[in-house]
Design a protein around this ligand. Structure first.
Ligand code: HEM
Length: 377
C-alpha cells in the first residue's frame, strides 16, 4: 500500500495525491501552559509518524500492553495498511489571540498577518458549532476506517489538553491534485478538480500554495493556509433542474467537463466566445467564469475537498454537500476575493448554503525526528 512520509519540508496531505476519504477535526485547546501545548504537538506528531506508517500508536500498540490497563491504541486499524494516510495539522487564529483577546501561550506576536478572521460573505448561514477552532487535523486515507482511527486516537491522546469541537467525514474526493489522477465528480454530478492546481505545476505551487519567510511570519516558511467550508447542497432542487440549466450554471458540460466555449476537458475556457445574439457562451453568472483566475487578479487555489452525506433532515432530504477545503499562500488574497465574487454573483448559490467555516495556518513539515509546530514554539 501507499505510505507518505510524515517528515519533510512540507506537511503531507496538501500536494500529495488527494485520497478517497476524509476525517477532518477541529479542536479547542484547554486551559494549559505553553509547555503542555508543546507536549501535545510532540505527542500528536509521534503518533502521526506511527499511524502514517501503518503502525499502532503508543509504546505497546493495541494488544501488547499490560493486561490490566486500557490499550495504547484503540485497535480498529490493526491488520489494515496505512492506505495512503496523511495527517495534516493547522493552527487557528484563536491559538494566538483568544476570543477575549488573551495571549494564552505568548504567541500573539507571532500571529501571521494572513491568519485573519474570514469576513462574513453574502448568504453565509454559518453555525457556531461548525466554525473555527484553535487547532485542526485533516486526516485523509483511501480507507475510511484508517482516517477515523487517526482522528480518534489523536483525540484520545489530547485528552485533558484539547477536545473535539467539530468534525466531518468525507467520501469521494472532489479534486485531483496531480495530473495522474482522473477527475472525480461532486454530488451535482459534475467533474470537480479539472482546473485545480496540480502538484506538477511547480511554479504555480510555489507562487500560490507555499508561504515563505518573506510573507511576514518566518516560522510559516514552507507552510500554507487551509480554508474549510461546509457547504450544504440542496440536491433535490438541483435534480429538478434541466441539464441545460445545470451546465449553464457551472459553465462546463456535464459529461466531458469541457468549457461551454468548446474543446475538451482540459481546454482553456474562452470567456469572450459568444453565441447566437452575442450572448457569452460561458454565462456571466457561471461558477467557472466567476472562480477563474482571470476574474480574480490571478488568484488560484489548491482545492482538496470531499463529498459528504450526514444522514437526512426531518423533511426527508439528504443532508448532503461538499466539504470544501482549499490551500493557499494567503487566504485574504486568494480564497476571500474568489469567494466574495462567488457569494455575490454565482448562479449556483441558489443550490448552496455555507454552514461551517474555518481558517488555519498549516505550518511547514516537521524535520526528521522533530514535531509539527517546532518552528513556532
Ligand atoms: C471549479 C463545483 C464551491 C472555487 C469548479 C467546477 C465545478 C465546481 C463543477 C469546474 C471543474 C473544475 O475546474 O474543478 C463547485 C461546487 C461547489 C463549489 C459544487 C459548492 C458546493 C467553490 C468554492 C470555491 C470554488 C466555495 C472558492 C471560493 C473554484 C475554482 C474553480 C472551480 C477556483 C476553478 C475555476 C477555473 O479556474 O476554471 N467548481 N464548486 N468552488 N471552483 Fe468550485
Amino acid at each position: 500500500g501507499t505510505v507518505y512520509p510524515f517528515f519533510g519540508e512540507h506537511q503531507a496531505g496538501i500536494v500529495t495525491p488527494a485520497q478517497d476519504r476524509l476525517h477532518f477535526a477541529s479542536f479547542d485547546v484547554a486551559d494549559i501552559t505553553r509547555d503542555e501545548l508543546v507536549g501535545l504537538l510532540q505527542d500528536w506528531s509521534a503518533a502521526a509518524v506511527l499511524m502514517t506508517a501503518g503502525t499502532p500508536v503508543g509504546t505497546y500498540g493495541a494488544v501488547n500492553g499490560p493486561y490490566t490497563a486500557p490499550p495504547d491504541d484503540t485497535g480498529e486499524a490493526l491488520d489494515l495498511p496505512a492506505a495512503g494516510l496523511t495527517i495534516t495539522f493547522g493552527f487557528g487564529s484563536t491559538l494566538f489571540t483568544a476570543a477575549d483577546g488573551a495571549d494564552r501561550f505568548g504567541l500573539a506576536g507571532q500571529r501571521p498577518s494572513a491568519l485573519v478572521e474570514l469576513p462574513h460573505f453574502p448568504g453565509d448561514m454559518l453555525t457556531e458549532a461548525l466554525t473555527g477552532g484553535d487547532l485542526c487535523i485533516q486526516a485523509c486515507s483511501d480507507d475510511p476506517q484508517v482516517a477515523v482511527h487517526a482522528i480518534r486516537n489523536l483525540s484520545r491522546i489530547a485528552f485533558g489538553r484539547a477536545s473535539l469541537r467539530w468534525s466531518q467525514l468525507g467520501f469521494g474526493r472532489t479534486s485531483s491534485t496531480t495530473t495522474a489522477q482522473v477527475t472525480p465528480r461532486n454530488l451535482f454530478g459534475f467533474k470537480d478538480g479539472t482546473a485545480n492546481i496540480k502538484a506538477e505545476q511547480s511554479d504555480v505551487v510555489a507562487d500560490q500554495v507555499w508561504a515563505t519567510r518573506d510573507d511576514g511570519a518566518a516560522w510559516m516558511h514552507g507552510g500554507s493556509y487551509l480554508v474549510a467550508r461546509k457547504i450544504r447542497m440542496t440536491i433535490e432542487t438541483w435534480d429538478r433542474t434541466s441539464l441545460k440549466d445545470q451546465e449553464a450554471i457551472v459553465g462546463r458540460t456535464k459529461g466531458e467537463g469541457a468549457p461551454y466555449s468548446g474543446g475538451t476537458e482540459f481546454s482553456e475556457p474562452d470567456f469572450d466566445a459568444t453565441g447566437q445574439g452575442g450572448a457569452p457562451l460561458i454565462a456571466a453568472d457561471s461558477h467557472v467564469r466567476l472562480a477563474h483566475p482571470t476574474q480574480n487578479s490571478g488568484a488560484q487555489l489548491l482545492r482538496r475537498g470531499y463529498n459528504f452525506v450526514d444522514g437526512n433532515d426531518e423533511l426527508g432530504r439528504l443532508n448532503a454537500g461538499l466539504f470544501f477545503i482549499s490551500y493557499q499562500r494567503d487566504a485574504a488574497k486568494q480564497f476571500v476575493p474568489i469567494q466574495m465574487n462567488l457569494a455575490k454573483n454565482d448562479a449556483m448559490n441558489e443550490y448552496l448554503r455555507h454552514v461551517g467555516s474555518g481558517l488555519w495556518a498549516v505550518p511547514p513539515g516537521a524535520s526528521t525526528g522533530g514535531w509539527v509546530g517546532e518552528t513556532l514554539l
